[in-house]
Design a protein around this ligand. Structure first.
Ligand code: GUN
Ligand code: FE
Length: 455
C-alpha cells in the first residue's frame, strides 16, 4: 500500500474558481516521490480509512495539529531581487527619478558577487518565510550575479523564474549601469538561458530562465527584436514592465505611436508564457490583445500606490479573459508578503469602485463593479499566478505540485482573534488572509520537500 512518498492530513483552503474557495475539511493529500499531488481523499471516500491504516504511525505521515491549516504556496509574479536591499525606503519620488536616484545605483552594485550573494540569500529566505514558494524575479544586468540568484533558489528549494535584465540603450541608461552593447546583451541572455536550463536539470522544483527587457524605455529596437527571437528559439518565459506610469506609458506612445502592449507584441514578446508587470494604462484593445495572446498581468497593488499614478481595473480585465496574478514588486512595493499584496488588492479595488474625492457626488466618484473580494485576491496569489506561468502550481489538487503552507492560527504570542470552537471555516479563512504574518507560517513545502520551518 505504501506507494506515496508522503501523506498529509488536515483542513485545506484552495481555489475552486477565480471567485470561490474550496474548504477541504480533514482531507488526505497523497504526494508522490516527484513532489506532485497524486490523490486528494475526503473523509467520505472509500479509500480514506485504508490510507490512514497504511500510513498512520509511519514517518511518511504528517497530521496537522489543532489550529493548523493548509494553504497552497503563494506565487509572486514580480520581484526585483536586488531591490530587497532598499525595501521600505526611497518611496517619495516619481518612478523616473526613483530609478535614477536610488535604484540604478543600487543595482549597479550587483557586479560584486559577494554583495549579490548576501542580498539574494536574504531575499529568497525572506520570501519563503512569507509563504512565497514560486517567484518570478528580475535580477540585474549582470549575468554572473543573475545565475547566482538561480543557484540560491535551487539550493533553498524555491521555484525561481529568473531574468538577467536587459537595458542596452546608451541614450536611456547611465553609463555605470547598462549592458555594454546590444550584441553583448543578447549573447549574455542566451548564455544565461543555457546555464539556468543546465542548473534546472538537477533541481527538483525547477528553476527557469526568463527573457527580461527591463521595459521598453531602457532597450533599443534591436535588443527588443533579438529578445523576442531568443524567447521563441528557447521557448522561455518573458517578463517586462508594461504601461506602468503616466511617464512610462507616454514615453512608449511618443516613440512608437502605440501602446506598450502592441509594441511588445510587434517584437514577439507577448504569449502564453509572458507576464507583464503593472499594466495600469491598458485600454480595451490592449486587454483584448493580452487575452488573445495569453499574456498575463502581474498586478502589483502596493507598488502601484506609489508609482503607477492610478488603480488598474483588474476585475474588468479579468472578466475580459486576461490572466492575472499578484506581484510584490519589491522594492517599488515595500512588502515581501503576498498576503499584504492580496489585502492591498482588495483595498485598492474598493477605493476604485467608491472613488476617493469626497467633494464629488457619490455617483460620480468611482468606477462601478471594480471591487474584488478577499477570496478573489487569494485566487490571484495562488491558482491565478500558476495559470499566468502555465505551471501546475497554486492549488492543493491532484496533478499539482505539493507547494503548501502550514499556517498555525494559535501561535503563542500571535494568536488570531478566535473565540468560538466552531468558527465557520470561511470566517477562519478570511482571518487567515487578513491577519497572517510570517510567525504563523510554521512550515513551507515546495515540490514535496520541506524548505522552511519555524518554532
Ligand atoms: N520600470 C522599470 N524598472 C522598474 C523597476 O525597477 N520598478 C518599477 N516599479 N518599475 C520599473
Ligand atoms: Fe517592477
Amino acid at each position: 500500500m505504501e506507494k506515496y512518498a508522503r501523506v498529509f492530513r488536515g483542513t485545506a483552503f484552495t481555489s475552486r474558481s477565480p471567485h470561490e474557495v474550496d474548504m477541504l475539511e480533514d482531507h488526505l493529500f497523497c504526494v508522490g516521490a516527484d513532489g506532485m499531488i497524486e490523490r486528494v481523499v475526503g473523509p467520505n471516500d472509500s479509500e480514506y480509512e485504508a490510507i490512514l491504516q497504511a500510513y498512520q504511525g509511519t514517518e511518511l505521515y504528517h497530521a496537522l495539529s489543532a489550529g493548523q491549516y493548509l494553504l497552497p504556496g503563494l506565487v509572486d509574479l514580480h520581484v526585483h531581487a536586488p531591490q530587497w536591499a532598499q525595501s521600505g525606503t526611497a518611496l517619495d519620488i516619481p518612478l523616473y527619478d526613483w530609478l535614477n536616484t536610488y535604484t540604478f545605483p543600487l543595482e549597479s552594485r550587483f557586479a560584486d558577487l559577494t554583495f549579490a550573494t548576501q542580498v539574494y540569500e536574504d531575499v529568497v529566505g525572506t520570501l519563503l518565510a512569507n509563504g512565497t514558494t514560486t517567484a518570478l524575479y528580475f535580477a540585474t544586468v549582470h549575468r554572473e550575479a543573475s545565475l547566482r540568484l538561480a543557484e540560491i533558489c535551487a539550493a533553498k528549494g524555491q521555484r525561481g523564474l529568473i531574468g538577467k535584465v536587459v537595458m542596452d540603450d546608451p541614450a536611456q541608461n547611465p553609463d555605470y549601469y547598462r549592458d555594454v552593447d546590444t550584441a553583448t546583451a543578447l549573447a549574455d541572455t542566451e548564455r544565461f538561458i543555457q546555464e539556468v536550463r543546465a542548473l534546472s536539470e538537477t533541481t527538483k522544483q525547477g528553476v527557469y530562465p526568463v527573457v527580461t527587457p527591463r521595459f521598453i524605455p531602457s532597450c533599443t529596437d534591436q535588443a527588443l527584436q533579438g529578445l523576442g527571437e531568443l524567447a521563441a528559439k528557447y521557448d522561455t518565459h518573458v517578463q517586462s514592465h508594461c504601461s506602468e506610469s503616466d511617464w512610462a506609458h507616454g514615453y512608449v506612445r511618443d516613440r512608437f505611436g502605440k501602446h506598450d502592449a502592441f509594441a511588445l507584441h510587434d517584437f514577439g514578446l507577448l504569449g502564453n508564457k509572458s507576464v507583464m508587470a503593472h499594466c495600469n494604462f491598458l485600454d480595451e484593445n490592449d486587454a483584448e490583445l493580452f487575452a488573445r495572446t495569453g499574456t498575463a498581468v502581474s498586478h502589483c497593488p502596493v507598488s502601484n500606490a506609489y508609482f503607477a499614478n492610478s488603480v488598474i481595473p483588474i476585475a474588468r480585465w479579468r472578466d475580459k479573459g486576461v490572466d492575472i496574478g499578484l506581484g510584490s514588486d519589491l522594492s517599488g512595493g515595500f512588502s515581501p508578503s503576498l498576503f499584504d499584496n492580496a489585502r492591498q488588492a482588495v483595498i485598492s479595488s474598493r477605493m476604485l469602485e467608491d472613488g476617493v474625492d469626497p467633494s464629488l457626488p457619490a455617483d460620480e466618484r468611482g468606477v462601478p463593479n471594480s471591487r474584488i473580494t478577499i477570496d478573489e485576491a487569494f485566487y490571484l496569489a495562488t491558482a491565478g499566478g500558476g495559470e499566468c506561468l502555465s505551471l501546475p502550481i497554486g492549488r492543493l489538487a491532484e496533478r499539482y505540485a505539493w507547494d503548501a503552507l502550514i499556517v498555525d492560527v494559535a501561535v503563542p504570542g500571535a494568536k488570531l482573534p478566535l473565540y468560538q470552537t466552531d468558527e465557520p471555516l470561511h470566517d477562519m479563512f478570511q482571518k487567515i488572509m487578513y491577519l497572517v504574518r510570517p510567525e504563523h507560517i510554521r512550515e513551507v513545502w515546495v515540490q514535496g520537500e520541506k524548505v522552511h520551518s519555524r518554532g
